[in-house]
Design a protein around this ligand. Structure first.
Ligand code: ATP
Ligand code: MG
Length: 216
């Protein structure tokens, strides 16, 4: 489903260059649950942003679902991302002035997503929190809202960047169970995590070091 061929990403700044991804090749099968590990700065977020077509690599080819992503225009990439990819950010990234159901609906491609958003949030145990603003939610509830938002368009691919980093073990387990449920329905999951909660659900664990995939 996903094919990365010789992908390199170099961040350039006044202080010099950082080779965040160094000639990375990786195939991810449709329906695979992949865990990505690596030290801080090893390129995990860069890899995830690349997979989500949010970051253009400097070199190499990215093919998702038969489409060559780095050959697309920006608007083609935006459409691709919105229709096929769900992204869960490390720090939730909920909009503070919108309540729970609004935070989910805003990501929807449909005009009227009320019923769908409510159904999804109820599945995530947030049926009685729909009109809470993020400040009035626990960390676990915020993250469940963020996961519901990532799933509102029925993506084929769910990307998550340390989704359990701010959660206690119980909440972390709940998030991973929701990923596993998505996976069991045929979804493809790539999750960056330091924790071990995802291990039992995963098909494969890869390790990054200095922008390269290495053996553990
Ligand atoms: N916008 C940027 N400009 C310059 N350098 C960057 C930028 N974003 C990331 N980097 C550098 O690229 C390297 C890889 O960053 P990345 O965020 O992918 O690491 P990571 O593995 O996700 O780390 P962490 O576990 O701390 O989140 C790091 O050395 C980082 O400092
Ligand atoms: Mg990161």
């Amino acid at each position: 489903m996903i094919e990365l061929k010789n992908i390199s990403k170099i961040y350039r700044s006044k202080k010099g260059e950082v080779r965040a991804l160094d000639n990375v090749s990786l195939n991810i099968k449709e329906g695979e649950f992949l865990v990505v590990r690596g030290a801080s700065g090893s390129g995990k977020t860069t890899l995830l942003l690349t997979l989500g077509a949010m970051l253009k690599p400097d070199k190499g080819t990215l093919i998702i679902d038969g489409e060559v992503i780095n050959g697309m225009t920006e608007s083609e990439r935006n459409h691709f991302r919105a229709s096929k990819v769900g992204f869960v950010f490390q720090m939730f990234h909920l909009l503070p002035y919108l309540n729970v159901i609004e935070n989910v609906k805003i990501a929807s491609l449909k005009k009227d997503a009320d019923a769908e958003a409510e159904k999804l949030l109820t599945e995530f145990g947030l049926g009685d929190r729909l009109t809470h603003k993020p400040y009035a939610l626990s960390a676990g509830e915020k993250q469940r809202t963020a996961v519901a938002r990532a799933l509102i368009n029925n993506p084929k691919l769910l990307l998550a960047d340390e989704p359990t980093g701010n959660l206690d073990p119980d909440n972390a387990q709940e998030i991973m169970k929701s990923f596993s449920a998505f996976h069991k329905k045929g979804g493809t999951v790539v999750v960056v995590t330091h924790g071990t909660e995802a291990d039992k659900f995963s098909d494969r664990i890869i390790h990054l070091k200095d922008g390269k995939i290495v053996d553990a």
